[in-house]
Design a protein around this ligand. Structure first.
Ligand SMILES: Cc1cc2nc3c(=O)[nH]c(=O)nc-3n(C[C@H](O)[C@H](O)[C@H](O)COP(=O)(O)O)c2cc1C
Length: 191
């Protein structure tokens, strides 16, 4: 394969300032393998609630277009998200609903990796199934393994310093990022 930096973007499903999932997301650039650059996607926090009437009358709000363009241009997308009520947090789901209606839908063929953290024991496993299902509908290519579920995350992530303190967790994430880079290479990058 020709020498090329892989540009991967990360999307955080939590809007909370002290978010554990955001702390994990912030750790990714330093854990990425050589040749992979990870940057945060444009935010979805200003998206209005999806309403087909407003889409039909006013088109897509600029922040929606910006996120869709960033996804389309990226070689891969990583979701760092909490689980809300066994599913995708409303803000993130709303963002996916908007982006899914943009012409030249940006997730088609896009390599996607999932990571979730929760203070509970299951680490967000259920939100990942929910996201996988949405990604099937959007024709993305989601990495199967290794999976990253950070259970009991308050014991593995220090809210005060904003760092992952558990070395095993850091190791698992590093392994997933290496696998994701290979997955992207195997699946091709932008269509
Ligand atoms: C509305 C809501 C629903 C939640 N539902 C779940 C859930 O289904 N499963 C779970 O493990 N944690 C659940 N939690 C707890 C979150 O995992 C916890 O608040 C976590 O810190 C959120 O992620 P963040 O730190 O990245 O913001 C829920 C929290 C909120 C606010």
């Amino acid at each position: 394969m020709a020498d090329k930096t892989l540009n991967v973007i990360s999307i955080c499903g939590s809007l909370r300032k002290g978010s554990y999932n955001r702390i994990v997301m912030n750790a990714l650039p330093a854990l990425a393998p050589d040749g992979t650059k990870i940057t945060e996607a444009p935010p979805f926090s200003e998206f209005p609630l999806y309403n087909a009437d407003s889409q039909n009358s006013s088109g897509f709000p600029a922040p929606v277009q910006k996120l869709a363009d960033a996804i389309r241009a990226a070689d891969g997308v990583i979701f760092n998200t909490p689980e809300y009520n066994f599913g995708i947090p409303g803000g993130l789901k709303n963002a996916l609903d908007w982006v899914s209606r943009v012409q030249n839908q940006p997730f088609i063929g896009k390599p996607v990796a999932l990571q979730s953290a929760s203070p509970g024991p299951v680490g967000g496993a259920r939100v990942q199934y929910d996201l996988r299902r949405a990604m099937v509908f959007l024709d993305a290519s989601t990495l199967n393994k290794p999976e990253i579920f950070i259970g009991y995350c308050a014991q593995r992530i220090d809210e005060k310093t904003g760092k992952i303190t558990d070395e095993q967790t850091v190791g698992f994430i590093t392994q997933q990022l290496a696998a994701f880079a290979k997955f992207i290479a195997a699946h091709g990058t932008q269509p």
